[in-house]
Design a protein around this ligand. Sequence first.
Ligand code: HEM
Length: 151
Amino acid sequence: MTAALIGLLGTAYLWVKAGHVIFVIFWMAGLFMLPRFFVYHQESAPGSAEEALWVEREQRLLRIILKPSIAIVWIFGLALALDTGAFAQGWFHLKFAVVLGLSAYHGWMVGYARKLQAGERRLSGRALRLVNEVPGLAAVIIVILAIIKPF
Ligand code: HEM
């Protein structure tokens, strides 16, 4: 089935790839910002006006940047994969696994934002700063796989 889709994008391929990378940048920016917001959020007094402001900022970041970006990165990425037959290539298997992990991290952050909104502060500021290394590490691996294609 996928073989029939190879080359289907034609001359639009490079435009889809450009769109893919642009929304990867937006997604990554959001992934870096949200845990920073959590750190500042947790430094505000519970129930304060400042806390309510952080909840609003977190929700806005999720709604305007993170949710549309992850959707578009996935749609364009899958279109590229079907167009190039990447599902049969070794580098792509690992990239796919790391991207699934990054998407799970995104989902975990959505959950943490909900818990914070309900007044639960489960992690320390230090732990949140440590967790914030995840997207950077994932980006290094994914970009090397996508560009060098070592296997
Ligand atoms: C969400 C699922 C994703 C899928 C299905 C996907 C799939 C793909 C595919 C098939 C290509 C074309 C590679 C080629 O043959 O040239 C591509 C290009 C690329 N992707 Fe992704 N990708 C995804 C997410 C990401 C993420 C999260 C990043 C970075 C953090 C990323 C970075 C790149 C880069 C830099 C290129 C350009 C590579 C080049 O043309 O030299 N992708 N992606």
